[in-house]
Structure formats: C-alpha cells, structure tokens
Write a protein that binds this ligand. Structure first.
Ligand code: SAH
Length: 375
C-alpha cells in the first residue's frame, strides 16, 4: 500500500535525533541535521569514513552496531538512512508515537547503456550548500552516481535522484582514506557502465583537490569529462571570517599555498623566503600541523613579526570559528584553542580587518528547492 505522508519543517535546534544507518545515505541527513542545530546520534554497522570523521571531531555521537529500541529513548525524531532498516525502525516508532522519516526513498537503478557515461567534476564550495554553484546543483540533480568527499556540501546529496548511488571516498588527514588511484578507477568504472557520474568535491576541484588527476584518468580512459568550478575555501574561508584577501590600501594581491609539507622538507617546492617578502596576503591550506614551522620560517626570512594572522576552521559550517594573532603567535594560539583541520590561515595586514569589521552574518543555507524530509 502506498504510504501517505505530510511534509513539514521541524525546528530541531537542541533536539536529539537518531539516524539509523551509518552508510553513505546517512551523509545528507546528518549534515542537514547538524546545520539545523540538532544533537545527532548515528547508529549503524559499517559507518562510512565521513561519519567516523564527524564522530571523531565530536560533532555527532556514533554507535557501530545495529539500532535497537533503546536508541529511541529521549529522541524527538528518527531518520532512517538505510532502506534495510526501514520497516523495523518504523515499527518501533509507531509503537512509541515518534515521528520517523526516510532520508531518501531509493528506487531501482535506471537502465544504463554502456559507452554513454560521463564524469562531471563539481566544486562544491566550502560546505555551506548555498555556496554550491547553480551548475553544480544541476549536475547533482542529474547524477546516477555521486562520488563525494568529506569536505563537500553533504546536505545537497539529498538533491540527487532517488535511484542515484552515493559513494563516500573521504580522505581523513592522518586517518582512513580511499587511495586516489581507487577513486580514479571508480569514476572510470561507473562512467564505462553508462552512468552520469558526479565527483562532488570540497571547494574548487583544481585547488589542491587532485581534480586534475581525476580528469587525466578519465580522459585516458576515453570518458567525457566536464568541470564545474567551485568556490575555493582559500577565498571563502577568509571572506566568511571577515578578511578581504585584497584591500586597496593594504595589499595588491594574495598567494595561496599548501602547507602539507613544512619548509625545507624533501619534496617542498615553495620558496618561503620569496613568500615572506612578497608583500601579498598569504593563504595557507592544509597547514595546521606545519604552522609552527611555516610561521617561524616566514619570520626568519624577513616577514615582520607584527604581521597580523588569522586561522578559520570549518568555514561555512555551523562549527565555524576563527582565532587571531600575529605571524609569531598564531600557531600557538590556534593550538591552545584546539583548532583542527579543515582550516585556512591568512597572514598579512588584511587579517587585522576581521576585528575591525562588524562580524559577518553567515549561516548555512539550504540548496534552492531543498526538500524537507518526509516519509
Ligand atoms: N579543493 C579545496 C581544497 C582541498 S585541500 C578548496 O578549493 O577549498 C583541503 C584543505 O582545504 C583543508 O585542509 C583546509 O585547509 C581547506 N578547507 C577546505 N574546506 C574548508 C573549510 N570549510 N574551512 C576551512 N578550511 C577548509
């Protein structure tokens, strides 16, 4: 019998919500629930890496086991993110009179014609679904498969068609990850089978995103590839923290670098002396672990010790915060404040403007036409 349902918007700030199922279908509801301020507990066997990462960063609770009726205690809403759990969890909720919704209503995969597939590399922006481009959203809405990263705007995954498969290929810094070669193979395999593949990435695909390698792998396999540029966290992170990267009276440019290797490390190709003296705003990505070495080198190479600096973490997400200081103390201030990746550090006179400008107003937005969960 078809289910009759009623769609509603729920105010969930501060409310406990159980997500039953920890696979890739949990990503969109977990992100949307966090954006709504809910207290989220995920219960499921075999959690995907992004769910584990959110738990390790203290943003959700996670139990790696099958859900049971005790999980419904003191919960205001239950979201079923695993079709295999749907009937049993709905039964428990019916007994308790608890509202229950399905994160997605999956349908059978659509017939695909081998040889007709394609890949779209979509830059998702820093995490706020409002910062995904219109073209990026269109691509997600037309996908048969979405291969996603942990830093992508995960709440837009609920915009993928019901038949679409979501694959989580998160790379957790110093943690679990899917090797890049495997990601390349996945894109090629799905496209060869005739599917429209969206590779949803955080920020811009070609800014430290290894999108270039994915493009090459697809091109070598004869798969048509398209790119939808995204709003890089290198630009959005500082902006959302109130730092204009250029300012007419202060600086005439900015330089974006990866901090994943410290100065003097084997394999580092950056000229830190030139960067210290460049007179441009310096934007460092992937630099939390190496920030003490980087800032020390910049000062040793002639950057004034009074140069303002700011680190912003989780830009565009409800957990966004920033800390300010100078090039000399920003690493220690960040460490004392418990700053962790993902974070962007801005070094230069413009970093001081964050304190002078009124606090920027920003909060996660819904994607246009975002659906409210109903089941
Ligand atoms: N292609 C991405 C960057 C990938 S490298 C882009 O253009 O944004 C991953 C690094 O990006 C992180 O280590 C962090 O430095 C930065 N980053 C990504 N998302 C972020 C966010 N929401 N807040 C702060 N930094 C972020």
């Amino acid at each position: 019998m078809p289910r009759v349902s009623f769609s509603a918007d729920l105010e969930l700030a501060g409310s406990a919500v159980l997500v039953a199922g920890a696979g890739a279908d949990a990503l969109a509801p977990v992100r949307s629930l966090l954006d709504a301020g809910a207290l989220v507990r995920v219960v499921g066997t075999a959690p995907v890496d992004t769910v584990v990462d959110l738990a390790e960063r203290g943003q959700i609770g996670l139990d790696r086991r099958s859900p049971s009726p005790v999980d419904l205690d003191a919960v205001r809403l239950v979201v079923v993110a695993d079709p295999g759990l749907d009937d049993v969890v709905r039964g428990w909720c019916a007994d308790l009179g608890l509202p229950v919704v399905a994160s997605r209503r999956p349908s059978a995969p659509q017939a695909a014609t081998p040889g007709t597939g394609s890949v779209v590399l979509v830059g998702g922006g820093p995490g706020d679904p409002g910062l995904l481009t219109v073209a990026g959203l269109e691509a997600v809405r037309g996908a048969d498969v979405v291969v996603t990263d942990r830093l992508a705007p995960l709440s837009v995954l609920d915009q993928a068609p019901p038949h679409a498969e979501v694959v989580d290929v998160a790379k957790i810094p110093r943690g679990s990850f899917t090797p890049q070669e495997r990601i390349n193979e996945l894109l090629v395999e799905h496209a060869r089978a005739g599917r429209r593949v969206v590779r949803l990435k955080g920020g811009d695909p070609f800014v430290f995103g290894r999108g270039g390698e994915e493009w090459q792998a697809c091109a070598e396999a004869g798969i048509p590839v398209e790119v939808v540029p995204g709003v890089s966290s290198a630009l959005a992170g500082p902006a959302l923290a109130g730092v204009p990267l250029t300012h007419r009276t202060l600086t005439q440019g900015f330089t974006v670098v990866s901090g994943h290797l410290p100065p003097h490390a084997a394999g580092s190709t950056l000229d830190w002396g030139a960067l210290a003296r460049s007179g441009t705003t310096l934007v460092v990505l992937m630099g939390i672990a190496t920030l003490p070495a980087i800032t020390e080198e910049l000062v040793a190479q002639g950057m004034p010790a009074t140069t303002p600096a700011l680190t912003v973490t989780d830009a565009g997400l409800p957990a966004q915060r920033s800390v300010s200081g100078t090039v000399v103390d920003i690493a220690a201030i960040g460490e004392a404040a418990g700053v962790r990746a993902p974070a962007v550090t801005v070094i230069g006179a413009v970093a001081a403007l964050a304190q002078q400008l009124p606090a920027p107003v920003g909060r996660p937005r819904r994607p246009p036409g975002g659906s409210s969960a109903a089941g």
